[in-house]
Design a protein around this ligand. Structure first.
Ligand SMILES: [Zn+2]
Length: 261
């Protein structure tokens, strides 16, 4: 939305940069607070108590979509959603369910410059995506539109991808996937609106096609909601002849009413 808004002038960007600089100075002076409960913490941004409130996703889950099952339906049985509406990507994995604590972490990383959260979140993602990372050639993060990247100054998916690349040793293809048109924020849109909003919004840069063609790619993002963004990115990567696309996110929305087949 902001990318299409002409009132977001260069002065607005400069003001944002100054506020960021002031906040950065403050962060050096003050001990880190837990992002969820505001208690002081050493190092990593989430206190032990809030950490236990995160809903880490563990087996059994759908081998295709990574959606947790309430009971184990047996190996290789897919969720109804994976059968009814198979995505362009091969597999998706998430570290945690998208609940209140996870939302606080994601929003703090995305909008409040809590970059100190990225190492812990990336580490949990690397653990959740261990199987995928073992078979991958390259990581690609979901790009922001350049104007949005500039105003927010920070690509949270890129930061998570850097952490995961360092931990796993899988190479990161920065800038290979581009957002070729600005899109509305997905928040507040219905599922079909989300799909059409991001359709055709991504493209592999022609000069970077060698990074993608024939490679097994993992797409990195912070949250999987309807899956529309991941789907649009996966289609762009497959059009650039990626051998396979998997998706690894920090948090995914889990519909608690959905039962396994
Ligand atoms: Zn806390």
């Amino acid at each position: 939305m902001d990318a299409a808004n002409p009132s977001r002038s260069i002065i607005g960007h400069l003001r944002g940069a100054l506020a960021h600089a002031a906040k950065f100075a403050l962060d050096i002076a003050l001990p880190t607070q837990c992002v969820a409960c505001r208690e002081p913490v050493d190092g990593e941004g989430v206190c032990a108590e809030c950490w236990t409130k995160l809903s880490f996703i563990a087996p059994p889950f759908c081998p295709r979509l990574g959606i947790p099952f309430v009971y184990d339906p047996g190996p290789e049985l897919l969720s109804m959603e994976a059968i009814a509406n198979p995505p362009a990507y091969q597999r998706a994995r998430a570290a945690v369910r998208y609940d209140d604590v996870a939302r606080t972490l994601v929003h703090s990383l995305k909008y409040q410059d809590r970059t100190d959260l990225a190492p812990a979140m990336g580490r949990w993602m690397a653990r959740a995506g261990q199987e995928l990372l073992g078979e991958a050639d390259v990581l690609v993060s979901v790009p922001l539109h350049w104007r949005r990247g500039w105003s927010r100054r920070y690509n949270q998916s890129g930061a998570l991808a850097r952490v995961i690349s360092r931990r796993s040793g899988v190479k990161l293809a920065t800038e290979a996937l581009r957002r070729i048109r600005a899109t509305e924020q997905q928040i507040g849109l219905s599922r079909p609106q989300r799909a059409s909003n991001v359709q055709g919004a991504f493209k592999v840069a022609p000069e970077r096609s060698a990074d993608i063609a024939g490679r097994r790619v993992i797409l990195i993002d912070d949250v999987l909601t309807s899956g529309a963004t991941a789907e649009a990115c996966a289609r762009a990567l497959l059009r650039a002849r990626a051998a396979q696309v998997d998706v690894l996110v920090f948090a995914r929305v889990v519909d608690t009413h959905r039962a396994p087949i």
